[in-house]
Design a protein around this ligand. Structure first.
Ligand code: ADP
Length: 535
């Protein structure tokens, strides 16, 4: 009792000087209305003989329990001298025999930074404050820092007052915790550097975290934002859409990307944003909130509008220019026809007339292609869709191109069945596509054959146009369907055509809900596929 009274006194002193900042100290200070005496139980209620419920256990059993415990167990005298340790303690600190540890002061195993805390905790235990759980930095025999967590109680050991201390090695846990804290700091730093707004909302849609960019975007600070529902920052038109997305993300747990919404800043101005959501789960795999990124797309929207305007202007210009160019060409072509068929014209005049007519026709083709491109770009190309039998436009297109085959002495193989099913199509536009592809096949084939096959696959009608021409390299196969692209056809070949035909063909087939693609091998030949759904 005398010892305890002294310790109480010491504790009072310590509290006055405020040296200790451990968990217990904090708790103790907070219970200001309780007097120290009330707070401290002076009776010893932890002796082995009296307090253990399982009194009937014999000494051998206790010994086994203590020796095989994963927790380290130490018995200390009043001054902290080690009287007993179990194998787990030796294991934690790296001692080989208990002789190396018995008789030492427990403080020797603890890092000096934690001595004050340990001394205080031991004193508290002596005056009956049990189960003080604290974390201490220890030092192993090899000098390594280890983290231990310990609690204890006052006991009677060999008729003397003593302390039983139970310790656990938590180095691994501390390291993991430290790594986790570092990781959180790293992500927070990254989030704060991001030019996009980043927020975390809880399962009710309230903001629980916001980065600097988001605070800037809405003109509020963290404290003002915390707990505010994100929907409060959206325009009326966007709230409903956002709620739908929120519910969807919660239900499916799937990420949702780049949803365009209207954000309201502090001055109630509308800012166009792109919102992406990534649902979060708690340890029980239950929905716990959503991480959101908010991308301000004001500039992007402005550029998009400007681009649309300039595209419209370009299309209008192309349209007007093409029409203006076309008007004088029609009479030129007419007069050239007259010159060629005029009996009075001499051979040279007729020859020059033919050359001029050929070039005028090429010019007309180019103008027609430009007109088609501008119609497609402005979505003004009209399609007269009707029930059509593919045989009709296929045969008509081939009939028109047949003279080209004869001119280049190429063999034409046609495999078009008579009983083809109908498709919904603009037959003139499809004829234009066939003429372009077969025309290309003739243009890029110097010898061999060109075959046109038609088959039906899975409710689709497929046309395959195959040639034995110069072929197209693999890396150019997709590019040939883009505007003005002409594949490399060898140095000695002159560039014929405009590079617009396949672009126009692809767009026309797209508007028939179909597909067009090509396969090819250099010097072996090309295969063009067109697929259109059957009605
Ligand atoms: P154009 O034939 O007027 O140049 P296209 O858009 O019809 O324009 O074709 C684009 C390019 O694709 C052609 O310039 C050519 O390089 C390549 N190409 C198209 N068809 C074939 C083919 N059958 N064989 C080899 N190359 C081809």
């Amino acid at each position: 009792m005398r010892e305890e009274a002294e310790i109480v006194k010491e504790l009072r002193e310590l509290e006055k000087t405020g040296t200790f900042t451990n968990t217990y100290n904090y708790k103790y200070k907070n219970s200001a209305n309780e007097s120290l005496e009330e707070n401290i139980q002076l009776e010893n209620n932890c002796s082995f003989d009296e307090s253990f419920k399982f009194k009937k256990f014999n000494g051998e059993l206790y010994k086994k329990l203590v020796e095989n415990s994963l927790e380290g167990i130490l018995i200390l005298d009043l001054k902290g001298k080690i009287l007993f340790v179990n194998p787990a303690v030796m294991n934690i600190f790296g001692f080989n025999t208990n002789q190396d540890i018995i008789g030492k002061n427990f403080l020797n195993l603890i890092h000096p930074d934690y001595h004050n805390q340990l001394i205080k905790d031991q004193k508290l235990l002596f005056i009956g404050k049990e189960r003080i759980l604290n974390t201490y930095k220890g030092i192993s025999t090899s000098g390594e820092k280890i983290w231990i967590e310990g609690l204890g109680c006052k006991i009677n050991f060999l008729n003397e007052n003593a302390l039983a201390i139970f310790i656990r090695d938590i180095t691994h846990r501390q390291k993991t915790w430290y790594e986790l804290v570092k990781l959180v700091d790293k992500y927070k730093a990254l989030a704060d550097m991001s030019t996009d707004g980043i927020i975390i909302i809880d399962n009710l849609g309230r903001i629980t975290y916001s980065n600097t960019s988001f605070e800037k975007l809405c003109g509020k600070n963290k404290e003002q934002l915390n707990g505010t529902p994100f929907r409060n920052f959206l325009s009326k038109d966007s709230i409903y859409q956002y709620q739908e997305i929120f519910i969807g993300a919660r239900k499916t747990g799937k990420k949702i990307k780049d949803i365009e919404l209207e954000f309201l800043n502090i001055s109630n101005e509308i800012i166009p944003i792109e919102l992406s959501l990534s649902p979060l789960k708690n340890i029980n795999n239950e929905f716990s909130g959503i991480a959101c990124t908010i991308h301000d797309i004001t500039v992007h929207k402005k550029i998009e509008t400007e681009l649309k305007k300039s595209r419209k202007l370009k299309t209008e210009f192309m349209n007007i220019a093409a029409h203006e160019l076309k008007s004088p060409i029609t009479p030129i072509k007419g007069y050239l026809d007259l010159i060629i068929s005029d009996n009075k014209a001499n051979t040279n005049t007729k020859k020059w007339g033919k050359i001029s007519l050929r070039n005028t026709e090429r010019l007309l083709d180019l103008i027609n292609d430009i007109l088609d491109v501008s119609r497609l770009d402005s979505d003004t190309m009209s399609f007269t869709m009707e029930k059509t039998n593919p045989m009709i436009f296929l045969n008509e297109a081939i009939e028109d191109i047949e003279p080209l085959f004869k001119k280049k002495k190429l063999e034409l193989i046609k495999k078009i069945p008579n009983n083809l099913p109908n498709i919904l199509a603009d037959k003139y536009r499809l004829e234009q596509v066939i003429k372009n592809i077969v025309g290309n096949a003739v243009k890029f084939t110097d010898k061999g054959k060109i075959s046109i096959k038609v088959k039906e696959i899975d409710k689709k009608f497929q046309i395959i146009i195959e040639d034995t021409g110069i072929g197209i390299s693999n890396h150019e196969l997709d590019k040939i369907f883009t505007k003005f692209y002409q594949a490399y056809t060898g140095n000695d070949r002159k560039c014929e055509g405009t590079g617009l035909g396949l672009f126009i063909s692809k767009e026309i087939i797209k508007r028939h809900n179909g597909k067009i693609w090509a396969e090819s091998k250099i010097e072996i030949g090309s295969k063009f596929f067109i697929e259109i759904p059957i009605i």
